[in-house]
Design a protein around this ligand. Structure first.
Ligand SMILES: [Zn+2]
Ligand SMILES: [Zn+2]
Length: 298
C-alpha cells in the first residue's frame, strides 16, 4: 500500500517536471500581451521583398493619447527620438520590442514588468486614422513579425498563406452581418473626408482589418461586379433578393467572378487598400434599389 503511494507520487513529480520544461509551456511564456489592449492590426509586418520599402513591424490603430503598455518584462534600453520620432525600446533578453510614436513616461535603464505603462500614443505614424502604434520586434539585429508573439485570445487574426482555409468570422454565425472581423473605424453617413478634410457623405461602413484577411458575402446572391472601379479600388458587388446589393471595396484580391452564385459566408476576396484608401480596411456598402443605405441597419 505504502509502496504504491510512493510510486504514484514519483510519477506525479516526473510528469509535472515534463510539463514545466516542455516546449509548449516555454512557447506560452514567450507570449506578448497587446501594447494597446482592444486595438486592431491595420497594417501587417511585411519583409517579404528585399526591394520594396516593406514594413518592419505591425501598426495597431487606436485613439491618440491611448496608454501604451509593455508587451513583456524587460529593461528600457532606449527612450528618445530616432529620426525625429519618439521611440521606446525594451530589451527582453533574446528579443527587443520597439514602440513608436509614443510620449514616453519611462527612462533609459528602467525595469518594466509585462503590462507596465510606458507612455501614451502620439499621432504621426503612417496614414493611420485616428492614430497608430508601430510595434517592432528585433532579434540579433533582424526584424521579425510581432504578431507571432501575440496571444491567440487577443483577437488578432492574421491569415497564413499556408495551412487550412480561413473560416467565416463568428459574426456571420450570429444575426450580425459584418463581412470580415474588425472594428468599425468609420460609420456610414456624413464625415470629415480623410483626404480633403471637408464634410462629405461616406457611402459605406469602414472596418479596420489587416490586408489579406478574408472577406465573406453577408448573404446569398449573384456576383455582379468583380474588378477595379475608380476610388473603390478592387470591388466586388453582390445582388441579393429584394432589390438589395452589397459592395466590398479596396480589396487586395478577388476570389469570385461575375455571374457566380454565392452563399452567406462565401469567400469573396481579401482586405486591401486599393483605390482611394488611407490604409488596410474594408469599405462595406449596401444599396436598396440603387440608393446607399447604412449597412449596419437591417
Ligand atoms: Zn508601421
Ligand atoms: Zn469607407
Amino acid at each position: 500500500m505504502r509502496r504504491l503511494i510512493l510510486i504514484s507520487l514519483a510519477l506525479g513529480a516526473a510528469s509535472a517536471t515534463l510539463v514545466i520544461t516542455g516546449s509548449s509551456s516555454q512557447a506560452e511564456s514567450n507570449r506578448w500581451q497587446s501594447p494597446i489592449p482592444g486595438s486592431s492590426i491595420v497594417r501587417v509586418f511585411d519583409m517579404t521583398s528585399n526591394y520594396g520599402p516593406g514594413h518592419r513591424g505591425v501598426d495597431l490603430a487606436a485613439k491618440e493619447n491611448s496608454s501604451v503598455y509593455a508587451v513583456a518584462a524587460g529593461t528600457v534600453t532606449w527612450s528618445g527620438k530616432v529620426a525625429g520620432r519618439t521611440t521606446i525600446t525594451i530589451d527582453h533578453g533574446e528579443e527587443r520590442s520597439t514602440y513608436e510614436p509614443v510620449t514616453a513616461s519611462v527612462s533609459n535603464g528602467d525595469r518594466v514588468s509585462r503590462g507596465d505603462h510606458l507612455g501614451t500614443l502620439a499621432a504621426g505614424h503612417g496614414e493611420c486614422l485616428p492614430a497608430c502604434l508601430h510595434l517592432g520586434r528585433i532579434r540579433d539585429g533582424t526584424y521579425l513579425d510581432p504578431a507571432e508573439r501575440f496571444e491567440a485570445s487577443e483577437g488578432y487574426r492574421l491569415i497564413s498563406p499556408i495551412g487550412p482555409p480561413p473560416k467565416p468570422p463568428a459574426l456571420l454565425n450570429s444575426s450580425g452581418s459584418l463581412p470580415t472581423n474588425g472594428h468599425i473605424t468609420s460609420p456610414f453617413g456624413m464625415r470629415t473626408d480623410p483626404f480633403t478634410k471637408v464634410q462629405r457623405f461616406h457611402d459605406g461602413t469602414d472596418i479596420g482589418a489587416p490586408c489579406g484577411q478574408p472577406v465573406f458575402s453577408v448573404a446569398s446572391g449573384v456576383v455582379t461586379h468583380a474588378h477595379a472601379r475608380g476610388g473603390y479600388g478592387l470591388l466586388v458587388e453582390v445582388k441579393h433578393a429584394g432589390h438589395t446589393t452589397t459592395g466590398y471595396a479596396h480589396l487586395s484580391a478577388v476570389n469570385v467572378t461575375v455571374g457566380e452564385r454565392v452563399e452567406r459566408g462565401t469567400l469573396l476576396g481579401k482586405v486591401g487598400t486599393t483605390g482611394r484608401s488611407t490604409g488596410c480596411h474594408l469599405h462595406f456598402m449596401k444599396r436598396d434599389r440603387g440608393r446607399a443605405v447604412d449597412p449596419q441597419v437591417g
